[in-house]
Design a protein. Structure first.
Length: 124
C-alpha cells in the first residue's frame, strides 16, 4: 500500500485519491459553513426560511440534473464535450446570478437599503 514520491504525484495512487478527497472535503466544509451565514447577512429574519429553502432547492436540482445532462450529451457527442460544456452552463448561471432580479417576489430576498445603511454606519 506504500507508494513512492513519483507514484503519489502521478494521480494514479490510492493515497493521492485520499489526499484529494480530504482537500475537497475541507473546502466543502468551509463553503457550507459560510454560505448560510452570508445568506443570513443579506436576508431579513422574516424571509430567511424562504431564502434558505430556495437556495437548497436550486442547489439540489442542479446536483440532480447535471449528471443526467452530462450522460445524455456524452452519449451523443462524447464525454470530453460533455464535461467541457459544463463551463458554459456555469458561465450562464453566473451571469444570471449577477443580474439584479426585478421580479416583486424576489425583492424580499434582496438586502434592504436601510440594513445596508445601518451596517455602513456601524463600520464608520
Amino acid at each position: 500500500m506504500y507508494c513512492t514520491k513519483g507514484e503519489f504525484f502521478s494521480g494514479s495512487s490510492f493515497s493521492m485519491l485520499v489526499a484529494a478527497l480530504a482537500v475537497a472535503g475541507l473546502c466543502k466544509g468551509i463553503y457550507d459553513a459560510n454560505i448560510f451565514a452570508s445568506l443570513f447577512d443579506v436576508v431579513g429574519p422574516e424571509d430567511r426560511g424562504t431564502a434558505a429553502g430556495l437556495m437548497n432547492s436550486v442547489g439540489w436540482t442542479g446536483g440532480f440534473l447535471a449528471p443526467v445532462a452530462v450522460g445524455l450529451v456524452s452519449k451523443y457527442f462524447g464525454l470530453s464535450l460533455a464535461i467541457t460544456s459544463t463551463a458554459a452552463v456555469y458561465l450562464f448561471v453566473g451571469l444570471l446570478a449577477s443580474l439584479r432580479p426585478t421580479w416583486p417576489r424576489f425583492r424580499a430576498l434582496l438586502p434592504r437599503d436601510d440594513r445596508v445603511e445601518e451596517r455602513e454606519g456601524q463600520l464608520s
